[in-house]
Ligand binder design. Structure first.
Ligand code: 6PG
Length: 475
């Protein structure tokens, strides 16, 4: 008996592709699968167990495409970049009007926009979809950020909603806008992920190096935080990691891990795109930069022996203070991320719905936390200037927690314990809460050496001054 045509095709049976295919099969969809290395396919089907009855395994692109119901929905879970372009070249001649191909990888949204444009006019549609939650999320409920046409979303929606994580019954997936909107939002999600991870690592650092706490003790503190306003997936995994022992040495696992962090690029893209739009996400930038510095291990080892610390006496703040400091900084880092999203929404005409983005980040994704529900509510209510830090609920929380962030950053500065992301978020807060900043002097400098002109506080228009002449007259 030949199997009925499949609802969706999954190309790429790596970790994420396999997990999504099984998730789809479990939710009752008929899934066609294939993989570039055909020898992986049999293993996958064997591992699928009883779900195998929902799966059609194919070993050529032609048979894969023909196994699908029309209009077709094909999810590519392959390395981003050139492989995606190669797959588009290969599959496009096999597609018909109305078919949709989806890139579910962590793609650069600029490439997604280009691919979307490439397909428009061919009759086929291109979707860039950010998928968050790692392997477990993909298998049991990811958060998904979808970009592309309304037509593609209609096709994909029932399947995406069925496999997504749920927050109080609400599926954590949404169509966020056209072309690269989904991949852009996923990129900023990852930027916030970098900042959150870095801030947790900074608090670990001040407790380890400033207060002499061992890893399990710090892990136990983080575990306590899980029952408060910092409750989140990243605190949960950090608490567990810090309390895990290495079976080989009986030392805390984190003590035998080399302090050199990897990165695949999405955090960096957030910062690059922010800067291109004249924005700054300084807490995210600090986190990306800190990963870069971490890889300069040999230099740091030399520097430790030659650079003097010049430290000052200070006490490491208590656990409760650190908890409040992180709460303030976490709000600020998210606010920076949302500001970048707002700038991109305007630049690319996406009309991003910040409340909905907050909602689909409440479960399934790596940055899921108790705060995201508060953010969703803040965006649903009227937001002065559209800025999260001006939401009344955030204003109130920041008023309570900023003193703790100041004490923590001050202690880090005095003790010589680096807190790049925590201090960047505080500096940004202090910049934003000043109606009158110091850019008037920047404008004077620019006009002095380059006649760039400036605006005045008391008159309309653009002005120049002959600075040397004025200075000599004044002397
Ligand atoms: C997610 C994650 C994931 C990302 C990893 C690793 O949302 O599930 O963001 O997509 O690939 O976190 O990213 P780095 O290697 O850049 O740290």
């Amino acid at each position: 008996m030949t199997k009925a045509k499949a609802d969706i095709g999954v190309y790429g049976l790596g970790t994420m592709g396999s997990a999504l295919a099984l998730n789809l099969a479990e939710k009752g969809f008929h899934v066609a699968v294939t993989n570039r290395e055909v020898e992986w396919i049999a293993n996958f089907v064997q591992g699928a167990g009883p779900l195998g009855s929902q799966i059609t395994a194919t070993d050529t692109l032609d048979s894969f495409v023909s196994a699908l119901k029309t209009p077709r929905t094909i999810l590519f879970m392959i390395p981003s970049g050139a492989p995606m372009d190669a797959m588009i070249d290969a599959v496009l001649p096999l597609l018909e009007d109305g078919d949709t191909i989806i890139d579910g990888g962590n793609a650069d949204f600029n490439a997604t926009r280009r691919r979307f444009d490439r397909l428009s006019g061919t009759g086929a549609h291109f979707v860039g979809m950010g998928v968050s939650g790692g392997e477990k999320g993909a298998r049991h409920g990811p958060s998904m950020m979808v970009g592309g046409s309304a037509h593609s979303w209609q096709q994909l929606k029932p399947m995406a909603e069925a496999i997504a994580a749920r927050f109080e019954g609400d599926p954590c997936v949404a169509h966020l806008g056209t072309d690269g909107a989904g991949h852009f939002v996923k990129t900023v999600h990852n930027g916030i992920e970098y900042a959150d991870m870095q801030m947790i690592a900074e608090i670990y650092g001040i407790l380890r190096d400033g207060a002499g706490w061992n890893a399990p003790r710090i892990g136990a503190l983080f575990e306590e935080w899980q029952s408060g306003p910092l409750s989140s997936y990243l605190i949960e995994v950090s608490a567990a990691a810090l309390q895990t022992m290495d079976p080989e040495t009986d030392q805390p696992m984190v003590d035998v891990i080399l302090d050199r962090a990897g990165q695949k690029g999405t955090g960096r893209w957030t910062v690059i795109e922010a800067l291109k739009m004249g924005q700054s996400a300084s807490a995210i930038e600090a986190a990306v930069g800190a990963r870069g510095w971490s890889s300069e291990k040999p230099t740091r080892e030399v520097a430790e022996t030659v650079l003097s610390a010049g430290t000052l006496p200070a006490e490491v703040p208590e656990g409760g203070d650190l908890e409040s400091a992180f709460l303030a900084a976490r709000i600020l880092a998210h606010a920076q991320g949302f500001r970048v999203l707002a700038a991109a929404s305007e630049e690319f005409d996406w009309a991003l719905d910040m409340a909905r983005i907050s909602e689909i980040w409440r479960a399934g994704c790596i940055i899921r936390s108790a705060l995201l529900d508060d953010f969703a509510q803040a965006f649903r209510d009227e937001l002065p200037e559209g800025h999260l830090i001006l939401a009344p609920a955030m204003v109130a929380t920041l008023a309570k927690t900023i003193p703790a962030l100041r004490r923590t950053v001050a202690a880090g500065v005095a003790l010589g314990t680096p807190l790049p992301a925590l201090s960047a978020s505080l500096a940004w807060y202090d910049s934003m809460r000043r109606g009158r900043g110091t850019a008037n002097l920047i404008q004077a400098q620019r006009d002095f050496f380059g006649a760039h002109g400036f605006e005045r506080t008391d008159q309309e228009g653009k002005f120049n001054v002959d600075w040397p002449e004025l200075a000599s007259e004044n002397s």
